[in-house]
Structures are given as structure tokens and as C-alpha cells.
Design a protein around this ligand. Sequence first.
Ligand SMILES: [Zn+2]
Length: 236
Amino acid sequence: MSETDALRALMEADRWIDRVGSQRNHLPEKTELTTLEGELRSLLKALQDAQGEIDPIQRAYEDAASESQRLKKREVDLATTLATSTGNARELGAIHTELDHVRELLGACEDRELELLLGLEPLEEVVVALRAKAQPELVRRTELQSQIVALEGSLNEELVSLREAREQRASALSPELLARYDSAFVRVGTSGAAQVDAGRCDGCRIALSPLDFDRWKAQPSGSFLSCPECGRLLLP
Ligand SMILES: [Zn+2]
């Protein structure tokens, strides 16, 4: 294998590794997961806000409900006392007055209970709607997470075997040429060599000057001009 072919093989191996690496780093599933997690965070915030409004109303409702119960019991007690009383008119009058008062308080308390309950309803509907919206998103998140693990795993395995093949190709180059290749590779990434395509380096896409283009065409076999822009070895 000529040095040019060996260099081209190494360049292609590195470009392939770069594509697979980029595929692994830009999985559409990851983009979707990021968007989904953003939505889930907003839903959680909205749920917390709704719950924050519900809690004090819920407590007030429970207080009103227990007060109603207390008043109902007092009403029954007073009504029983009245029915069985043998007391005089003044005592009966006093019980009557208290019973009227208790009934009035009970009425007000039940109105309050109803009012609080009606206030809770729309907030609870909001919570139900938010939960319903979050449910399929949580399912999708789990799906995406396992898809990403599987995809990354198989791409990582592919990268390991591609890198092994790459090392074999690199060992076919002379140490001097490999050193030049590696130095360009470390500096600019993707690959340490490039091809000239329509007068441009296909590594950095910059057109060679007419002078450099002539020099590149005239380079003797086995010598490789570096791209003046990116430094990649330019293949004939
Ligand atoms: Zn270049």
C-alpha cells in the first residue's frame, strides 16, 4: 500500500469515527428528552402552584366542616332538651333563643363550607388536567431514557471497534508522516488529512490560492503539502 493510500485510509477511518461520535452526541432522542424534561418541570411548577392554592382552602373547608358538625350536635341536644323539658317558660324561652342562634350560626357555617368547596373545584380540575398531561410525558421520558442508553451503548461499541481499526491503519504510516497527521488532527479535529475538491481543502472548505494549488498539483509522490488554513495534509 502506498503512503498516499495509507494516509487516505487513516483519514477515512477518522472521518468515520467523527461521524459516529457526532451521531452519538446528537441523538434526536436526547433533544426530545431535553424538551420533554423542560415541559415536565413547568408542569411540576404549575402543579405545585395549584396545590399551594388548594391547601389553605382545604384547611379552611375542614375547619368549617368540623364547626358545622359541632353546631349540628348542639342543635340536636338543644332540640332534645326542649322536647323533654319540664322547666318554666323563662327557661324554655332561653333554650329557644339559643337554638335559634345555633341554627343561624349553622346556616352561615354551611354556606361557608359550600363556598369553599366551590372554590376548590376549579383548582382541583386544574390539578387533574395537569396530572393527565404529565402522565404520557412521564411514560415517554422513560421510553426515551432507555432508548438513549441502548443507542449510546451500541454506538460506543461501534466506536471501540472503529478505533481499533483506526490504530491498525495508523501503524501503516511512517512515524514522521503519522506525527504530522496527528499534529494537524489534534489541532483541528475530525481528521489530520483532507482532499482537494474543486480547488478547496475539503477539511476546512477554504479555497487554495492559485500558487498553493499549483504547488499541491506539483508535489512529488510521498510528500504532502499542508493546507495553509487548517494544516491538514492535502492528499493528491
Ligand atoms: Zn484546510
